[in-house]
Design a protein around this ligand. Structure first.
Ligand code: SF4
Length: 66
């Protein structure tokens, strides 16, 4: 299971790392620090991953179960 954070879409709204603090964090300017990364999601963090994908108003975050 993968959480993909698109490069260049983040506008720094801060919702994703608020709902998924064990997967995501902010950089010094409030943008998601994992932009451009594909993160492996352990089973216990699926809920956070789903919440993060649903929380981003810029559609920058995609959760894939495969
Ligand atoms: S919710 Fe979206 S726009 Fe806001 S910090 Fe996260 S990736 Fe960026």
């Amino acid at each position: 299971m993968t959480l993909s954070i698109a490069q260049g879409k983040c506008m720094g709204h801060g919702r994703c790392y608020a709902v998924a603090p064990d997967l995501l964090s902010d950089d010094e300017e409030g943008f998601v620090a994992q932009a451009g990364q594909d993160l492996d999601v352990p089973a216990e963090l699926v809920g956070q991953a789903q919440d993060a994908a649903g929380a981003c108003p810029e559609y920058a975050i995609t959760f894939t179960r495969s």
